[in-house]
Unconditional design. Structure first.
Length: 478
């Protein structure tokens, strides 16, 4: 029998109290603020990279580590986030990650050279690596299964808003106040998020948590660091040996050995930091693979595009940022619709459509030239907003809801881990390809002014024939 006095007491508590019916929505709002801040960071920095490169007078293969270092550390600490949240509590872990991210952002704004900036980005990445998986696990725990799709849809709005606002905001801040302001913008959001976390969230932690898997964590960390070092430095200016240099081959060897050790450790230890058996669940395993591939394409393309727009087309930082505005707006509209559709018809159909739209979007990018029409710049970005809005929410929904409740926290961390590893690979691989192509075209231009080269003789011969022909003389009359 219901107790009416109990109901009256619950209604009298503040709306953000954990016994109030609207508590879960306050928690969602708290997590959305921090998600907005974390995703905003990656998008505002992209448009500021050319300005940082000019300010420090450094090369492309060095400045790309401003992104790579953040993504790398972000990925390394992701497996730690689930165990730490279970051990010391989700609220406490969420607050500590916010504090580290905010302090790292503040320190980045005062960096006086690229090495110091990269170091502070590592601190920022430690905090950022725990914000999203812990926040997603908190939202998943508070919402019942029939409302999780809608909650993830609103979660996607925050990510989409930061994707939409980030590039244009980063461009405006860079052009108006300098590149350091793209880091300072995180500070008020971080403070607001920490205050909201203290006031709103209730603490939750597991009663029985196994010991920390130090060796498994060390193996995956060594694997990620060594592999991304090899990918990022294969065509670096200092690496004269290229992909066959001793340093690169050593990094690949260490990565292979550490990955093998990681599999052996995780399959034999009693309390693995990453439960590899979760990947045997079909929906979770396939969603993780797709998010890894999408992470490569998303971060790789958003790393290259500002360099292309500002370096090749002559756009300012603000102009290149404004070009990305429709991406987040369209994704923000598509995300909640996808969440509702996922609850009603299942997430597989929206995810399939999202993949097809993204394929078309990236296919159109291959048609770009040194003077592309404006529609060729805008159409792929708009399609990408539709594709990501359909895909991300669907994949997150189908992956997490297929897991047992006690595995959702670790599952959230693993989903974020695979996506972030993909993002790290994207920056490293695309940066390496871009460096290689720059070197190739620089060599081609050099041949054009080398009087002993075949290219120089061909061009000058054509010019000589043209001059003599227009002047009514033959080459023999010269």
């Amino acid at each position: 029998m219901n107790n009416p006095f109990r109901s009256m007491a619950v209604e009298r508590v503040p709306s953000f109290h954990h016994e109030h019916q609207s508590y879960r929505w306050w928690v969602l709002g708290n997590v959305l603020i921090t998600t907005f801040m974390a995703v905003l960071e990656s998008t505002v920095v992209n448009t500021a990279l050319p300005s940082m490169q000019n300010s420090f007078g450094t090369s492309l293969d060095i400045i790309e580590w401003v992104l790579t270092a953040f993504n790398l550390v972000f990925a390394v600490v992701l497996p730690l986030s689930g165990w730490l949240a279970d051990k010391i509590g989700y609220k406490r872990t969420f607050f500590l990650s916010l504090m580290l991210f905010t302090l790292g952002s503040f320190a980045c704004s005062f960096a006086w050279n690229e090495e110091v900036l990269i170091f502070f980005r590592v601190i920022q990445g430690i905090g950022g690596g725990m914000i999203q998986p812990v926040g997603m696990a908190i939202v998943t725990r508070e919402f019942p299964p029939q409302q999780r799709g809608m909650a993830m849809g609103f979660y996607g709005i925050a990510a989409a808003a930061s994707i939409s606002i980030g590039p244009s905001l980063g461009g405006y801040l860079t052009d108006t106040f300098g590149w350091s302001s793209v880091f300072l913008i995180n500070v008020p959001f971080g403070i607001l998020g920490m205050v909201a976390t203290v006031l709103i969230q209730r603490e939750y932690k597991k009663a029985d948590v196994g010991p920390f898997d130090f060796w498994g964590f060390s193996a995956i960390a060594v694997f990620l660091v060594s592999l991304l070092l090899a990918l990022a430095d294969g065509n670096a200016g200092w690496n004269n040996g290229g992909w066959t240099s001793p340093f690169i081959l050593t990094c690949f060897t260490i990565a292979a050995v550490s990955l093998l050790c990681f599999f052996v450790i995780e399959l034999t230890t009693e309390h693995p930091i990453i439960d590899l058996k979760l990947f045997t669940e079909w929906n979770f395993g396939m969603s993780s693979l797709m998010l890894f591939m999408i992470g490569i394409l998303l971060m790789g393309s958003t790393f290259v595009m500002p360099l292309y727009l500002q370096g090749t087309l002559g756009y300012t930082a603000l102009q290149s940022g404004l070009l990305f505005l429709p991406l987040g707006l369209i994704q923000g509209i598509a995300s909640p619709i996808t969440g509702i559709l996922s609850d009603k018809i299942g997430p597989k159909i929206p995810a399939t459509v999202g993949v097809l739209v993204l394929v078309v979007s990236f296919g159109l990018n291959t048609l770009m030239t040194s003077e592309p029409p404006f529609w060729l710049l805008m159409l792929p970005i708009c399609l990408r907003g539709v594709g990501f809005g359909l895909l991300f929410i669907s994949l997150q929904s189908v992956s997490i809801t297929s897991l047992p409740r006690e595995k959702m926290a670790q599952g959230s961390g693993m989903i974020a881990l695979t996506r972030q590893i993909g993002a790290s690979f994207g920056v490293a691989v695309f940066g390496s390809i871009l460096t290689q192509r720059n070197t190739f075209h620089t060599a081609m231009l050099g041949e054009g002014v080398d009087s002993s080269s075949e290219a120089f003789r061909t061009v000058t011969g054509q010019l000589q024939n043209t001059i003599f022909g227009d002047g009514g003389q033959s080459s023999g009359a010269a």
